[in-house]
Design a protein around this ligand. Structure first.
Ligand code: PGA
Length: 250
């Protein structure tokens, strides 16, 4: 049985003092969670969060990284830098980065490889736009992203990759994909992984759903056959609400 992994994506929110208060409130609420719990926080919060989750079951991730190790890339942060302070996870290819910061499948692929070179576990986001869904192209868009993003990875690397299926029209809009649609797309992604890397890899790879997940729909989404947890934006900003998502099965 695959484990459930539930990650919060704080995006560009939370000052260090707010992050510390959050973790203080959140830790006791999720201490008995059966799901793996990750908080993906802004760079400026990483160190504070890492210090404050010591001895808890909460893991910390970044929201992006550069694929080069070091050099003249003003304003960028490398995988080696993240690893050096104890970060475990990194979101790669979030649709907001694809949309506003020219992230492409090629750079996503390079970043995933650089993450593994630094022993970071990538959470790789894929998902279609509304126009693509309406034109009946959702599956081909998403399977192409999966193919290009994971190209050249080893089987073991894919097994420890987390894929987050996030239909762009569902992010931050309050519109959630139905659990049936989300589960079907995730089955399609799993099939694509099986074709590319083998069915053993497809059986193991964690595939999350993201896009307006909240405490009122988490259980329905996460108890389907193929959805292995979620990547949660807005609803991860409140410790109480996010803990209800993490503890969806209670
Ligand atoms: P949302 O964001 O939960 O606010 O829709 C999800 C995400 O962007 O990862």
């Amino acid at each position: 049985m695959r484990r459930k992994v539930i990650a919060g994506n704080w995006k560009m929110n939370m000052l260090p003092n707010e992050a510390i208060e959050y973790i203080e409130a959140f830790t006791p609420l999720v201490k008995d969670s059966k799901a793996e719990v990750i908080l993906c926080v802004p760079y400026t919060d990483l160190f504070y969060c890492l210090m404050n989750v010591q001895g808890t079951n909460i893991k910390i991730g970044a929201q992006n990284m550069h694929f080069e190790e070091k050099g003249a890339y003003t304003g960028e942060v490398s995988g080696q830098m993240l690893k050096s302070i104890g970060v475990e996870y990194v979101i790669i290819g979030h649709s907001e980065r694809r949309q506003y910061f020219n992230e492409t499948d090629e750079s996503v692929n390079k970043k995933i490889k650089a993450a593994f070179a630094n022993e970071l576990k990538p959470i790789v986001c894929v998902g279609e736009k509304l126009e693509e869904r309406e034109a009946g192209k959702a599956e081909s868009v998403v399977t192409t992203q999966v193919k290009l993003d994971l190209e050249g990875l080893t089987k073991d690397q894919v097994k420890s990759t987390i894929i987050a299926y996030e239909p762009i029209w569902a992010i931050g809009t309050g519109k959630t994909a139905t659990s049936e649609d989300a589960n079907n797309m995730i089955k399609t992604i799993r099939k694509q992984v099986a074709e590319l890397f083998g069915s053993d890899v497809a059986e193991e790879v964690i595939i999350q759903y993201g896009g307006s997940v909240k405490s009122s729909n988490a259980k329905e989404l996460f108890t389907t056959s193929d959805i292995d947890g979620g990547l949660v934006g807005g609803a991860s900003l409140k410790p109480d609400e996010f803990s209800k998502i993490v503890n969806y099965n209670d």
